[in-house]
Design a protein around this ligand. Structure first.
Ligand SMILES: [Zn+2]
Ligand SMILES: [Zn+2]
Length: 442
């Protein structure tokens, strides 16, 4: 569900060529040796993407990889979710998450292993399917992390909980796993880690944002009722198109005139449907909004304001009491992702030591959404959490983009084709190294 702004590029393009310092461990060498197999897995996952809550084959594959690595595996947690647990002596509980779902997008990358799959979403919409958000890189890296840590049990002590999460794109997957007992049937984490590929900066770079990193995401429907009739006799109707237009315009003042300019907020009307014919004033008009914020307070202010504006404009239009607009806020709310600030800086410091300063950069927050934040939100005082970015744009494309000034494909674009090898290698090394760092032996 994430869209990353190109402004990342500015922060991340600065800096010298990548220089990787030497490490005491052999993680990078092991990943390099496994890379042909990892790329085969990645290409197969990419060619066979699955929509939200339909991740049957992807989940089976991850479960199989975790079992082979020595984990105790439970499937079908929160519909299609996978939970793999490895208890390895005293120490903290570390959760590592990969999301598994793809998007209803017709792939146009032209890659030899491009997806030709089609499917029908749980909402009943038929379309092409594509891993346009890069969750195939996340799954592949996750399987490698399971293998690496399973083979290095003598080097760490603690409990590892690795989860394959369904339905990140609909904002419902983390909630489904929690509702199905993720933190009661399985060890509850002290630390939670994940990464996401990024379309705004070069392959293999790591970006992190302490504190709020991704936004609250609300979907709001407004059914604007009217009194329909003949287009030539407006005096005997209440026109819902004019009323809905007034609501759309007045909604623009929520962010520009009511919201504190220092508090990030977005109100976008993404869909406006009404009417069937030139000369008929319809009975209603339907608006669909996406609403983004960071804090609980600004979220409440925006949602209350939408209800107030819809009702106020209907009153101004003289709408009868029984034809007032109906405002519905979807239950599929994705809470803002908050990266525990001191923990984020600790992890970043460790990454800098490992990957070199030039590869690890603090980046600004974005208004995209991610349901990873929900895991921490269940126990914000005890769970320390970080989702970081791993750049996926091949360096040659980054350079060409900078020269031409043409916008490059974002996540969710039918053209998004990351440098998967760099993303998987960096993600797998970062996650496994940090997990071992958090669970030192002895
Ligand atoms: Zn996405
Ligand atoms: Zn995503």
């Amino acid at each position: 569900m994430i869209k990353i702004s190109q402004t990342f590029a500015a922060a991340l393009l600065a800096g010298a060529a990548m220089a990787t310092p030497a490490h005491a461990d052999d993680l990078a060498a092991a990943i390099h040796a496994d890379m042909p197999g990892l790329m085969a897995t990645y290409r197969d996952l990419h060619a066979h993407p699955e929509l939200s809550f339909q991740e049957i084959k992807s989940a089976a594959r991850m479960a199989d990889a975790a079992r082979k690595a020595g984990f105790e595996v439970t499937e079908k947690v929160g519909s299609t979710g996978v939970v793999a647990v490895m208890r390895n002596g005293p120490g903290p509980v570390v959760l590592i998450r990969a999301d598994m779902d793809a998007l209803p997008v017709v792939e146009q990358t032209g890659l030899a292993f491009a997806s030709k799959e089609r499917g029908t979403s749980t909402a009943g919409v038929e379309s092409g399917i594509m891993h346009a958000c890069g969750h195939d890189t996340h799954m592949t890296a996750w399987m490698e992390v399971a293998k690496l840590l399973g083979a290095r049990k003598a080097q760490w002590s603690g409990t590892l909980v690795m989860i394959g999460q369904p339905a990140e794109e609909t904002g419902a997957g983390a909630r489904a796993m929690l509702a199905d007992g993720l933190f009661t049937r399985f060890p509850k984490p002290d630390f939670a880690l994940a990464f996401h590929d990024a379309a705004g900066f070069p392959a293999g770079r790591i970006g992190y944002t302490p504190g709020f990193a991704l936004a609250n995401v609300d979907s709001v429907d407004i059914d604007v009722k009217g009194v329909g009739g003949h287009g030539a006799y407006p005096q005997s109707t209440k026109d819902p198109i004019v009323l809905a237009s007034a609501i759309v315009m007045r909604l623009q003042t929520l962010v520009s005139r009511e919201n504190n300019p220092l508090e990030p907020a977005v109100v976008t009307v993404g869909s406006f449907h009404a009417g069937a014919k030139h000369n008929i004033i319809p009975d209603d008009a339907r608006l669909q909004l996406t609403v983004r914020s960071y804090t609980d307070e600004s979220r409440k202010h925006l949602l209350d304001g939408i209800r107030r504006i819809a009702a106020g404009e209907a009153m101004a239009a003289g709408m009868p009491d029984d034809r007032m607009p109906v405002v519905t806020v979807s239950d599929d709310f994705t809470p803002a992702t908050f990266n525990t600030p001191d923990f984020s800086e600790d992890v970043a410091a460790y990454f800098r030591g490992r990957f070199g300063d030039a590869r690890v950069n603090k980046v600004p927050p974005v208004m995209g959404g991610e349901d990873f934040g929900l895991f921490r939100k269940t126990s914000p005082d005890t769970i320390r959490s970080l989702i970081f970015w791993v750049g996926g744009v091949p360096q040659a494309e980054m350079d060409a983009g900078a020269r031409s000034g043409k916008p490059m494909p974002s996540l969710h674009s039918p053209f998004w084709a990351p440098d998967a090898e760099a993303v998987i290698a960096t993600g797998a090394e970062a996650l496994s190294a940090e997990a071992m760092h958090l669970m030192p032996h002895g």
